[in-house]
Design a protein around this ligand. Structure first.
Ligand SMILES: N[C@@H](CCC(=O)N[C@@H](CS)C(=O)NCC(=O)O)C(=O)O
Length: 212
């Protein structure tokens, strides 16, 4: 089925979905939404996603939103290669890792949050400290989980849903100059995963709208 991904090169939520699509071996058309110029607020994107966030995945005219829900749809629709293991406890751990990123880190650092901080006249140093604080908090929770369950990747020795979430968040952390030295297991897993060809192809710099 034809797939169109509405994405922006350096945004971490569509990066998650690009990883999932690539790991499943799916090809898709790329529709760039330039978050840097506020294109998400424009009239045309409002008909794609009323929430005005990327990613959105068009599937035969249907629109799927929310990166985690899209990844779960991919897993259900294209079960191989599996991004979730068979054991229910293992699946729960991977989902817990994923939701630390999706629920407890990323929503506090999104573009609209940073714009809201600027409107409140929070200066750049305090805004950077805000981003660094919430990413570090989430990574502190992920670090022992990855140290315990990782074996190359964040969970085990093959890519899972957790890598789809963690690799983009580590990219973001580096963008925002987070001190990653307290998180060696997490960084090692993200850097190993980033070398996987499907995950490397999803990197922001390899996207058609990349400005590097
Ligand atoms: N929970 C959503 C978050 C999506 C999201 O926040 N996307 C960001 C880019 S990473 C965005 O479109 N931001 C635009 C804005 O904040 O105006 C998901 O996982 O899909």
């Amino acid at each position: 089925m034809p797939l169109v991904l509405h994405s922006f090169w350096r945004a971490s939520a569509p990066y998650r979905v690009r990883i999932g699509l690539n790991l499943k071996g799916l090809t898709y058309d790329y529709a760039s939404v330039d978050l840097a110029t506020g294109a998400q607020a424009g009239e045309s994107f409002g008909t794609v996603n009323a929430q005005r966030l990327v990613p959105a995945l068009e599937v035969d005219g249907r629109i799927l939103t929310q990166s985690v829900a899209i990844l779960e749809w991919l897993e259900e629709t294209y079960p191989e290669p599996a991004l979730l293991p068979r054991d229910a406890f293992d699946r729960q751990t991977i989902r817990a890792m994923s939701l630390i990123v999706a629920c407890d880190i990323h929503p506090l650092n999104n573009v609209r949050i940073l714009k809201a901080l600027a409107r409140l006249e929070v200066d750049q140093a305090d805004a950077d400290a805000w981003v660094q604080r919430w990413i570090s908090d989430g990574f502190a929770a992920l670090e022992p989980m990855i140290a315990r369950h990782g074996a190359g990747f964040a969970f085990g020795d093959a890519p899972t849903l957790a890598d789809c979430m963690i690799v983009p968040q580590v990219y973001n952390a580096r963008r925002f100059k987070v001190d990653l030295s307290p998180f060696p297991a997490l960084v090692a897993a993200a850097d190993t995963a980033a070398l996987h060809p499907a995950i490397a192809a999803a990197h922001p710099n390899n996207q058609p709208d990349a400005k590097v």
